[in-house]
Write a protein that binds this ligand. Sequence first.
Ligand code: NAD
Length: 255
Amino acid sequence: MKLTVDVLSLKERLALVTGASSGIGQATALALAGAGASVVLNHLGQAAQARALVAAIEALGVQAWAIEADVSSASDVNRLAQKVTDTCGMVDVLVNNAGIIQERSFLETSEADWDRMLDTDLKSVFLMSKAFLPAMVAQQRGVIINIASDLGQLGRAGYAPYCAAKAGVIGLTKSLAREFAPHIRVNAIAPGPVNTAMVSLQSMSAASIAKELEIPQARFAETEEIAQTVLFLASDMSRFYCGQVLGPNGGSFMP
Ligand code: NAD
């Protein structure tokens, strides 16, 4: 097999990134577009940021659409899927990236906290996969990339629902990978801490989190470093990856 940079090309492919208006989702949308994919940008309540990203992607010479939807809601996801099918075509690469985090001691965690976290960080992956897999099955092609977290592998005090949701994403990824192989590839990425709004919302500084989390590389990732891993999994370069959990985490978790 000849290896050329073309193997990373996503020309003629349509990607959909959830939670694309900020952080890892935004960097991912730009990376996929940079490789030639048209991109659907899902966002929730961030129309201005999504519009700016559409413009940035169109400047790269590929098409982009911004579509608002709450990916934790079945009716919103179905509306999103219908709009994408009618307007943009078949999704070749689905990146389930949207997510939220909350720091709260377990004993103070309410049922509502639990439901909100599990609905946004895990049920959304179920709903989006249900909505977009049938077309992939019909076409016998497609890639799903789920953004989990190293906290789903490590666990962390004060983050039980988040860790449970992200561990669930990993289990769901492996199950779908087995069920839909060989034509559809489903893999996950479990990043360590990344420099985004999500982490700056937390009370500790990057340096102290890096120390406390025992990250050998002693820093946070940049969003582009996670986006590059998405690009790899989206491309033909990762053809033989099935149900894997890639860990751009600076060494925080070593399976
Ligand atoms: P972020 O807050 O910048 O991005 C999350 C995005 O998801 C936001 O744009 C938000 O509007 C969107 N979103 C939230 N709920 C939504 C919903 N119901 N419907 C649609 N969109 C919704 O943070 P980020 O760090 O870029 O996070 C992206 C993903 O990476 C998340 O799944 C997160 O858990 C995961 N992650 C982040 C880190 C980190 O340290 N930042 C580490 C590991 C994993």
